[in-house]
Design a protein around this ligand. Structure first.
Ligand code: GAL
Length: 432
């Protein structure tokens, strides 16, 4: 109930043009008002949720290129703080409904984007794909996720991986855990060992990070095919396999530390040696690795290390950030200029090494992707695929809202049966 009230007040604030933006180097706070730009330049309002440490670094790199190449436009950073965009997406919805879209906004490839397409919010970008020959450089399976009836509606800038187990090697050593756990049972055993040392076994952030953990445990427990089947017609969310996965999830949650405000402080507990494990997307790599102005400047393999989330080796639980052209964008030409940068090899190769993601383009300069990112590039090319729930691939926004509701109730009640019922109801009400 409280969440719905919060979402409603964000929406009202958006309609009234009052919502605070996250800053991140832009003109935050005025996103719906399109303030006059200096020097007669047209402002291009770029809407995302990349304001926080780690995330803002990638956006800043792409912005630099946009500004170098487009002297007639100025970049207006309309980012709204809050990992995974839960606050940003509520505000965006109110802007779309009020007929005040930003010039371009970030949307996840897959079911989330299909929702915007079906609602008639987006312009068809096939002309841009033809002009820039983008079909030759984006994987077909990705283009399929952003298309309806053969028309293509966004420009994917990256591929992120959800199923990463981040860990602190020193804390594992102290606990007598010899290697990163490969199965859910090994994971639970390792969490128990860490608990005995007094360190936090598993760090956790705000509510959405619990759903993020849930998708990872479902994949790790069910396996790839059964996980993917959960989002197809006739899926069985009520059976014993899901019940078993949720029991494991509940057990794993019993080792979680105090919930942190968002994903960054939870990830930081691992890098600082206060916690052993965190399951988070690979945007955490940008945060750990980027120099201290934006990231933590930590040393890979010493301060932090990584492995596929337990039970998920060989599968890439993927998601992709993409940018759109909303119908009615006030600065359509400027938005197209932004999309051209987002689509370009230069733009993607500047953005992704800082963002902790790999490029959506297949022709990127591989030498720029080292350390964790070299592993990611390799796994992306030979792993099976599964689509993220929290980050828009497998479920649309109403379905995710229903899942979020069930997870929220679970967090306060710890009632696993009710969680399974809530997830089953969410699927029944929303599956297409
Ligand atoms: C995801 C998004 C990522 C990253 C993450 C944490 O939804 O796709 O780019 O920003 O949220 O905020």
């Amino acid at each position: 109930m409280r969440r719905w009230l919060a979402a409603a007040s964000i929406m009202m604030a958006g309609v009234l043009g009052l919502a605070a933006c996250g800053g991140g180097g832009g003109g935050g706070g005025e996103s719906s008002q399109q303030p006059a730009a200096g020097g007669g330049k047209q402002q291009v309002e770029v809407f995302s949720w990349w304001t926080g440490p780690g995330e803002a670094d990638g956006l800043a790199e792409m912005r630099k290129i946009f500004e170098q190449q487009n002297s007639g436009y100025s970049f207006f950073d309309a980012a709204v703080a809050g990992g995974s965009g839960d606050k940003a997406k509520a505000l965006l919805e109110s802007k779309l409904q009020a007929g005040q879209p930003p010039d371009t906004f970030q949307g996840h490839a897959g079911a989330e984007l299909q929702g915007y397409i079906k609602a008639g919010n987006l312009e068809d970008l096939t002309f841009l794909y033809d002009e820039l020959k983008l079909k030759d450089v984006f994987p077909q399976q990705l283009v399929d996720q952003i298309s309806v009836d053969g028309k293509i509606y966004s420009v994917p800038v990256n591929i992120h991986r959800s199923n990463v187990l981040w860990f602190n090697p020193g804390v594992l050593k102290e606990a007598g855990v010899a290697a990163a756990p490969k199965t859910i049972d090994e994971f639970i055993a390792a969490l128990e060992k860490v608990k005995a040392t007094g360190k936090i076994p598993l760090s956790i952030g705000s509510e959405w990070t619990v759903t993020h953990l849930l998708e990872n445990v479902l994949l790790g427990s069910l396996g790839t095919d059964a996980y993917n089947a959960l989002f197809k017609p006739g899926a069985n969310w009520s059976g014993p396999e899901v019940a078993k996965a949720l029991e494991s999830f509940n057990k794993i949650m019993s080792y979680a530390g105090d919930p942190q405000d968002d994903w960054q402080p939870a990830a930081k507990q691992v890098a600082d040696g206060q916690a052993a494990f965190n399951i988070m997307g690979d945007w955490a790599y940008g945060y750990f690795h980027n120099p201290p102005e934006g990231g933590l400047g930590k040393t890979s393999k010493t301060d932090f290390d990584w492995a596929p989330a337990p039970g998920t080796e060989g599968t890439y639980l993927w998601l992709s950030d993409s940018f759109t052209l909303p119908k009615g964008a006030k600065h359509r030409d400027g938005a197209i200029a932004w999309l051209k940068v987002a689509a370009s090899k230069e733009g993607q190769d500047a953005f992704n090494p800082k963002k902790g993601s790999i490029p959506a383009r297949t022709d990127a300069d591989k030498s720029l992707y080292t350390d964790y990112l070299a592993d990611a590039l390799k796994d992306w090319s030979d792993n099976k695929l599964a689509g993220s729930v929290q980050h828009g691939v497998s479920v649309n926004q109403p379905w995710l809202a229903a899942i979020t509701e069930a997870v929220g109730l679970y967090i306060s009640s710890k009632d696993v049966k009710a969680l399974q019922q809530g997830l089953a109801d969410a699927a029944t009400a929303n599956a297409q």
